[in-house]
Design a protein around this ligand. Structure first.
Ligand SMILES: [Zn+2]
Length: 436
């Protein structure tokens, strides 16, 4: 019991007390889900305030606001972007006058001003700039990153940090992501539960439309745009390098696509759709971001305070998917750890990969960028016996370049294991090539 108020609530100054009233209610009494050993009161509130959290990425505004209003007081934020005028419709911590400034800095200042007592430390740069020593200082890491590459990097880094002798080296990763009306929130206990690499196939790149569809019978407005983008430009403006940010170029593609769409009686081609298809833009919807960020921050709160069961406790559900594009549907399930996961799996197990043995090495390496289970853009590859192709250093690249035009069956045996590395990831990928 707090003596000054007699309510069991901490003695905060008047306005402060009102702001945190409901939060304090949760933290100062036992609930149906709290452990009998859990101690409500000042210690729980203090623990929450002291827990050092890291937030990062495209859901940043929502996550920062939610964490600050959930009682966290020591928050760090990483974001490499500067504010663009197109962000202002949904990234509500930014104003017209902030255009051009770093998001992390502006967001930190805004939230510090609005929520008294919270300290937000911004870092303007990539999450990849920081090392294990840096990530070690946090209790929880909340990521709303918009790039799968950055997700895979932080995942691999956190898994790599785990030291069996040191329980404090295991940092829970809360990951949220959205794509239009769809989204997901998940919690990962590195090495203990299924990681992002185990679940990589959940992030399949969008299926490419076969070239023959584009060339012969387009069915959707997007097909006409892709046709203008891939085929018409190549035929008519080969000497000009397409610049996605040049309005003249986009207008040219738009008009080509529109004419083609009219020939096939397909409605719906617009300038902004052309821009979207060419730049591969997935629309960010403010409300979906809000839903997913809220779910991530609730998990952070429960993890930090032990007031309620949280998503991702080993052996329980760890993945919540939200689908809003066809009415509303949510589903929470347990994604299982995979023993052949290159990040958290058994070091000795290679992930099987079905390949066409008639592919050249070049074709195979190109296909790795598209394959949902790999998504590697700059792969180097070696078999058990030899280096097949290396991107770096230059002399090894020259030496291995002739292999690129050789067929896979000339280079490896059916069932042979290969090791693939990619400069974007701090790890090696082991695959077992199985001929189709
Ligand atoms: Zn894994």
């Amino acid at each position: 019991m707090d003596e000054a108020t007699g309510t069991g609530l901490p003695n905060r100054p008047g306005a402060q007390r009102m702001r945190w009233k409901y939060l304090d209610n949760i933290l100062t009494r036992h609930g149906p889900f709290t452990d009998p050993d859990w101690e409500p009161g000042e210690a729980a509130i203090e623990g929450l305030a002291r827990a050092k959290l890291l937030g990062a990425g495209g859901l940043g505004c929502e996550i920062l606001k939610n964490l600050a209003l959930s009682g966290f007081q020591d928050i760090h934020v990483i974001d490499m972007d500067t504010i663009d005028v197109s962000n202002l419709n949904r990234q509500f911590l930014f104003r017209q006058a902030d255009v051009g400034k770093y998001k992390a800095e502006v967001a930190a200042k805004f939230v510090e001003k609005r929520v008294k007592g919270v300290k937000i430390t911004p870092y303007c740069g990539k999450i990849q700039d920081k090392d294990e020593e840096y990530y070690k200082q946090f209790a929880i890491i909340v990521c709303g990153l918009d790039s799968i590459e950055a997700r895979r990097w932080i995942n691999a880094t956190l898994v790599g940090m785990v030291d069996d002798q040191d329980p404090d080296s295991m940092k829970p990763l809360i990951d949220g992501g959205t794509e239009g009306f769809k989204g997901q929130a998940r919690v990962i206990f590195p090495t203990m539960t299924s990681c992002i690499e185990c679940q990589l196939d959940m992030h399949a790149p969008r299926a490419a439309v076969p070239l023959c569809t584009l060339a012969t019978i387009p069915r959707q407005p997007q097909h006409c745009i892709e046709w203008a983008h891939i085929i018409a430009w190549e035929e008519e403006r080969k000497d000009i390098t397409l610049d996605n940010d040049d309005p003249e170029h986009i207008t040219w593609l738009y008009q080509k696509a529109l004419t083609r769409a009219q020939e096939f009686n397909i409605p719906g081609v617009t300038y902004s759709m052309t821009q979207g298809v060419v730049k591969n833009i997935i629309p960010a919807i403010a409300s979906t971001n809000a839903i997913v960020a809220a779910s991530c921050c609730n998990e952070a709160f429960k993890l930090a305070t032990s007031t309620n069961p949280f998503l991702g406790f080993p052996g329980t559900d760890n993945y919540m998917m939200y689908t809003g594009d066809e009415s509303i549907y949510t589903y929470t399930f347990q994604h299982m750890k995979k023993s052949d996961c290159p990040v958290c799996g058994d070091d000795n197990i290679a992930r099987p990969l079905q390949v066409d043995s008639d592919f050249t090495l070049q074709e195979f390496l190109d296909s790795l960028a598209e394959r949902p289970e790999a998504q590697l853009k700059k792969p180097s590859i070696r078999s058990q016996e030899k280096s097949l192709y290396y991107q770096f250093p230059p002399d090894l690249r020259e030496q291995t370049r002739p292999n690129l035009s050789k067929k896979l069956y000339e280079l490896v045996q059916n069932g042979e294991e290969v090791v693939i590395t990619d400069p974007a990831f701090p790890l090696t990928f082991k695959y077992k090539l199985v001929f189709k």
